[in-house]
Design a binder for this molecule. Structure first.
Ligand code: ZN
Length: 337
């Protein structure tokens, strides 16, 4: 009797010398060729063609992968496989996206199998923030740590928790949603349906929303001047810039957002006592203004864990975090042996 083999579930190529990292986001897709040391050799980035549906997006990512191999002269046989990072929630067992809010049309989409189908190479899927956490542990700011918390503070707040060198997935692969812990029970509504989540208090979106509300009552605030194009052009960066100029309204908004960010990080430190906390995402571009304040609050609030031994540091992978993080999914395995 002949068994029928499925095309999906292609084998990981143990002799591979490179990995392809695919970062699928709601606004952009990025594909990169990464060597076994986590270095990006070549990459491509472009807006996500959401209009062409999930099939069109997968096809495009496969084309981009092909283009990178052509550009670099690397053959398919030298590729160990493809790591994919995508926004959750996901079913990692089935390699499927469940109901990603930023990727309409991808609900229940078998992304892992589809990428294998389009590329003919083995693929592995992970939540993008988890993948970035792994990338930071292997090649970024957490290289010496086996226990770390990674947080991305951007338009939203996401994260990945690594304990004893492994990502914590939890039931339903849903662990690590650090942006949705309640910090202010009667606080502003959050996109997740809850109130007073860290994301609703400290994300870039929350800061911008708060500033838009406050400039009406404080027309002399520098926020509007810095924004130039009026109320609608206010974003978190504008508010940080106005705060740097000494604007009292901007300073108050930023200070409150960082207060809750510090408390949120402090809570995670109390729960996990990690070796390090790594912060990435657009808001960390604020540098010392953010890190100094967050460290201060953590020291004030965390009493039972040796906070002085737990550095809170900027992410090390910068722009490549998505690609290297995705590639790390395969680099955990013994490639090349
Ligand atoms: Zn929430």
């Amino acid at each position: 009797m002949t068994a029928i083999r499925k095309t999906a579930g292609l084998r990981f190529n143990r002799k591979g010398k490179y990995v392809l990292g695919l970062d699928l986001g709601g606004t952009k897709i990025a594909v990169g060729l990464v060597n076994l040391k986590g270095k990006v050799i070549n990459s491509l980035r472009e807006p996500t063609p959401l209009g062409s549906g999930p099939e069109g997006v997968c096809e495009r990512m496969a084309e981009m992968s092909k283009e990178i191999l052509l550009r670099t002269g690397v053959g398919r046989r030298e590729i160990a496989g493809i790591g994919i990072g995508a926004g959750g929630p996901l079913d990692l067992k089935k390699g499927m996206l469940l109901s990603p809010p930023n990727l309409p049309g991808f609900h229940g989409y078998p992304l892992k199998d589809k990428i294998e189908e389009y590329t003919g190479m083995h693929a592995a899927l992970e939540n993008d923030a988890n993948a970035a956490a792994l990338g930071e542990m292997m090649f970024g700011a957490g290289r010496k740590a086996k226990n770390l918390i990674y947080m991305t503070v951007s338009t939203g707040i996401g994260g990945g928790i690594i304990v004893d060198g492994k990502l914590v997935h939890g039931v339903g692969w849903s662990a690590g949603e650090v942006g949705h812990m309640t910090l202010k029970p009667d606080g502003p509504e959050c996109n997740c349906g809850n109130r007073g989540c860290l994301e609703a208090l400290s994300s870039g979106t929350a800061i911008a929303k708060r500033a838009k509300e406050e400039v009406g009552e404080n027309p002399s605030s520098l926020i509007l001047k810095v924004a130039e194009g009026g109320k609608n052009t206010i974003d978190a960066e504008v508010v940080f810039r106005a705060a740097d100029l000494g604007d009292t309204v901007a300073c108050r908004i930023i200070d409150e957002a960082l207060f809750y960010l510090g408390i949120g990080i402090g809570n995670l430190i109390t729960a996990f006592s990690p070796e390090t906390v790594i912060l990435g995402g657009g808001l960390t571009g604020a540098g010392d203004r953010l890190f100094v304040r967050v460290r201060e609050i953590v020291k004030e609030r965390v009493k039972l864990v040796p906070v002085n031994k737990i550095p809170i540091v900027p992410a090390g992978l910068g722009e490549s975090a998505g690609i290297v993080g995705a590639a790390s999914l395969l680099l955990q395995k013994p490639v090349g042996v």
